[in-house]
Write a protein that binds this ligand. Sequence first.
Ligand SMILES: Cc1ncc(C[n+]2csc(CCOP(=O)(O)OP(=O)(O)O)c2C)c(N)n1
Ligand SMILES: [Mg+2]
Length: 372
Amino acid sequence: MDGTDLLTLIEGNGDAPEFDPGMSDEELLYCYGTMLTVRAFDDICLKLQRGGRIGFSIPNKGIEATQVGAASAMRKSDWIFPSYRDFGMALYHGVPPVQMMHNMFGNAEDTTRGRQMPVHFSWTEPIHFVSISSPIGTHIPQAVGAARAFQYRGEDHVCLASFGDGGTSSIGFHSALNFAGVWKAPVVFLCQNNGWAISCPSDEQTASKGYAIKAQAYGMPGVTVDGNDLLAVRQATLEAVARARAGDGPTLIEALTFRMGGHSTSDDPSKYVPKEQLEEWAKRDPVTRMQRYLERRGIWTQAVEDRILAEAQERVAEAARIAEHTPRPGLETIFSDVYADLPAHLRKQGEAAFDLAKRKGDAVAGGGEFPL
Ligand SMILES: Cc1ncc(C[n+]2csc(CCOP(=O)(O)OP(=O)(O)O)c2C)c(N)n1
Ligand SMILES: [Mg+2]
C-alpha cells in the first residue's frame, strides 16, 4: 500500500453499499445544506465581483464535498489552517455568511478591518480558523507549530492544514511534513488535488505518482480519497484525526477533486482547461452525488431541495445586503490593533493621514484628532 488506492464510498448513482456513516438524517442534511450554501455564496460573490461591487473572489464550485467532509471530522476546539478555497469549512462550523461577506467587502465589521484582500477570512469563534495566507504553503508549517504546541501543553487539539496540489511544491510543505513526522505532531494535511495550480497541470508540478505517496518520505501514512464524495473525505479525515489525537502522528490525505471554475475571479480557465476535462468532472459533481445518496436514503425530495436551497440563497443574499451597507473601516484602523504603544514614526504618519483627510473634507471617525 503506497497510499494511491482510491477510497470512494458513494457511487455515481448515489449508492453507498455496505457503508454506514454513523450520521443522523439531520447531520447529513446539514452537510448537504452547507454545500448548497457554499454554492450560493460563490454565485453571489461572482456577480458582486463582475458588477464591480467587490474586488475579488475565489470560486469553490466542485470542491464542496472535500471542504464539508473534512470540516465535519473536526471538533470546534480543533484548529483549521485553511487554503483560500475552503469556504465550506467555515460555514460548516457555523461562521455566519454575513461575517464572510463583511470580509468580502472589507468593511468596518470585517475581522481584519479591510486590511486584507477579500477571501482572507480569520476567526477565533466559533472555530479557530487561522487567517488565510496568500503566499502559498506558508500556513502548513504554522499548523505543525501549533500542533507541536498542543503536544507540549498536553492538550488534545488537532490541526488541519488544507492546501492545493500547487502547495506541495512549496518549501513550507516539505519542512512541515518533515517535522510533523519527526515529532508525531497532531496534524492532518489535506491536499486538494484539483489537477491544476492556476494554469500549471499536475504533471508539470510533480513526477510522483500523485501526492499522497509523498507521505512515505516523511514517515507518515498517505491516503488518496475521492474528493467529490463527502462520506469518503469525512471517513479519511476522521481516521486521520483519531490517529493524531491518539498521539500516533500526522497523515497526508490527497483528495482528488476538480474546481469547476477559475482559480480566482481574475482567472479564465477556458484558456487552459480542456473542455472535455470540465465535462467529465461535471458528471461527478459533488453536490449531485450527495443529493443522490440522500435520495437513496429516503431523505431527499424536490420539496426538501427547494426549501434548503431557498434558505441558503436567502441567507447569503441577506448577508450581501448587510455587508454592502456597512460603513468602511475608520481611518484610525490603519494604525490600531497592531501595537500597544504606537511607535513614533507611525504616530507621525497617523497625524498626517488625519490632517490630509480633514483638508480633503473626508469624514474622519468621531471628527477628532489622531489618535482617537
Ligand atoms: C509563494 C507563492 N508563490 C506563487 C504564488 C502565486 N500563486 C497563487 S495560487 C498559485 C497556485 C497554487 O496551487 P493550487 O493551490 O493547486 O492552485 P489552484 O488549484 O487554486 O489553482 C500560485 C502559484 C503565491 N501566491 N505564493
Ligand atoms: Mg490546484
